[in-house]
Design a protein around this ligand. Structure first.
Ligand SMILES: NC(=O)c1ccc[n+]([C@@H]2O[C@H](COP(=O)([O-])OP(=O)(O)OC[C@H]3O[C@@H](n4cnc5c(N)ncnc54)[C@H](O)[C@@H]3O)[C@@H](O)[C@H]2O)c1
Ligand SMILES: CC(=O)N[C@@H]1[C@@H](OP(=O)(O)OP(=O)(O)OC[C@H]2O[C@@H](n3ccc(=O)[nH]c3=O)[C@H](O)[C@@H]2O)O[C@H](CO)[C@@H](O)[C@@H]1O
Length: 453
């Protein structure tokens, strides 16, 4: 049963939606899509998931989740598949034939020259178009450039399906989910932003998300406004991380511990300076500024500069390490350096735009022998480093250790055996992890202060 322009009573529509009478297809079953499909199955009663990866599809149909580090997801997927409420296929068209609500959450990455790559979105929308029926609703959750739903998705659906644009609904309802807490976020950690390509699309989308989330709905005037909300959230974060990183670089000029000053500045509510680090990774924050920069005529120097500042941090981290070794009478050329963390964020198996890549490249360029450890990554060699188990690092006679990503497993390293090494702390955790001892810890933003001296 379609919800768009159905002329049926909204209460009857809500009953139908939560009774399995409005099947849902979810296209893209990754870190965001599988949790979303599982919550839709729990709420709506019938979900057909779609993924191009046959292994992903087969695993889900056997009741297994392929996503690590998501509390509750494995059990929810098993439960929903067992109950016949969730199944998966590689065909978006087959799923679209069976569904009346179609949700798209496929990757929207950048090309090498920072152009948004909407190839997966286009393929998903074409597949949906082949099975689209009058009265259906298409919801885009993956982050897209402003104007995509109204200017690209809706016309493409009309062209492929043969339906007029006013015979089906299109809405943008951004994913506000962080890996590691996906089910909590999807179920209602934050209000759900909803923007329809037309008024009826917005109404239908508000109705279904009113059942999915325990939190409020934030209705926007149109889909483009909702697309902008998601991008604004992301660029706010990139710019504010860049501010923290720029201030961190002033530590020696000012002769202070900038992190201490940031913490103090943040003790009053009008200041929320973020945390300096070795760089900004992932396929959200570093990507979203380009979704605005490449799609607006008006210049955006702040967004551009913030990207430059954040992308300069891996090199700054290597520079800090080289200076620290020199102060110890050692040369980074010929030294052995262990890099802790390849993924962009602790506990998340994602390496896109990871700062670790720039740190490793910078160390290799300076002639260091680079080891690296990450509990979530198997192909460490592909990043230009020799894999090592974190626990074995004290046996490797390293000259320096640089912490890029603070996986909790690294706290268990026998730090007491690393007192002769320079420790470069990218995430402000080593003083706590090392405890008492005669350590040489250089923290990004920490100035000349070498902890433990
Ligand atoms: N990961 C996050 O923290 C996050 C947060 C908010 C929003 N998002 C948005 O969600 C999108 C997806 O993120 P993710 O972390 O789930 O990505 P992911 O890489 O973990 O998963 C993407 C999945 O989509 C599948 N896929 C690719 N092309 C497809 C196609 N044409 N049809 C069907 N399936 C296809 C892949 O096989 C993969 O399983 C991101 O691009 C971003 O726009 C992500
Ligand atoms: C729904 C959604 O889209 N959610 C996003 C998701 O974003 P994400 O998964 O990309 O994670 P982020 O936390 O943004 O980290 C990105 C990179 O920036 C580094 N960083 C971070 C903070 C800081 O002060 N200093 C830093 O250097 C960090 O190490 C990492 O490399 O979750 C965030 C909430 O966690 C959300 O705000 C954000 O919208």
């Amino acid at each position: 049963m379609g919800l768009y322009d159905s002329q049926r009573d909204p209460d009857e529509q809500r009953r139908a939606f939560t009774s399995g009478e409005v099947p849902v297809s979810v296209v893209g079953l990754g870190k965001m899509g599988l949790p979303l499909a599982a919550v839709y199955a729990e709420t709506a009663g019938e979900v057909i998931g779609v993924d191009v990866d046959q292994g992903v599809v087969d695993g889900i149909n056997e009741g297994r989740s392929h996503i690590k580090g998501e509390p509750g997801l494995s059990d929810l997927v098993a439960e929903q598949v067992e109950a016949g409420r969730l199944r998966a296929t590689t065909s978006a068209a087959e799923a679209a034939e069976a569904a009346a609500v179609h949700v798209v959450i496929v990757p929207t990455p950048l090309t090498d020259d920072h152009e948004p790559d909407l190839g997966a979105l286009t393929a998903a929308v074409e597949g949906i178009g082949e099975g689209l029926s009058k009265g259906d609703l298409v919801v885009v959750e993956c982050t897209v450039p402003p104007g995509t739903c109204e200017g690209r998705v809706r016309p493409l659906l009309s062209s492929v399906s043969g339906l007029d644009e006013d015979e089906f609904g299109v809405a943008f309802c951004p994913e506000r989910t962080s890996s590691g807490r996906a089910l909590k976020d999807i179920r209602g950690a934050y209000p759900k932003v909803v923007g329809g390509a037309d008024e009826e699309s917005g109404r239908a989308a508000e109705l279904i998300y009113g059942e999915l989330t325990s939190n409020d709905i934030v209705p926007m005037a149109d889909a483009t406004s909702a697309e902008a909300v998601k991008l604004f959230e992301g660029v706010y974060r990139d710019v504010n991380i860049a501010l923290a990183n720029e201030l961190a670089k002033l530590d020696r000029d000012l002769g202070i511990d900038v992190n201490e000053a940031i913490d103090a500045a943040n003790t009053q509510p009008f200041c929320d300076i973020h945390t300096p680090g070795p760089g900004v990774g992932g396929h959200c924050i570093p990507f979203y500024p380009y979704f605005i920069m490449k799609y607006t005529e008006t210049d955006t120097p702040l967004l551009r500069t913030a990207r430059e500042v954040n992308d300069s941090m891996p090199a700054h981290t290597v520079h800090l390490l080289a200076d620290g070794l020199e102060a110890m009478g050692r040369d980074v050329d010929g030294s052995t350096v262990a890099v802790l963390g390849i993924t962009y964020r602790a506990g998340v198996e994602e390496t896109r735009k990871t700062p670790a890549a720039g740190v490793i490249d910078g160390l290799n360029a300076r002639g260091a022998k680079v080891l690296a450890a990450d509990p979530l990554i198997d192909d460490i060699e592909s990043f230009g480093a020799t894999p090592v188990d974190a626990a074995d690092i004290p046996d490797e006679d390293v000259d320096a250790v640089v912490l890029v990503t603070a996986h909790e497993e690294f706290a268990d390293i026998d730090w007491g055996r690393l007192e002769d090494a320079l420790l470069v702390d990218g995430r402000g955790v080593l003083e706590e992890w090392c405890g008492e001892g005669d350590y040489r810890i250089l923290t990004i933003g920490g100035g000349e202060r070498v902890s433990g001296q």
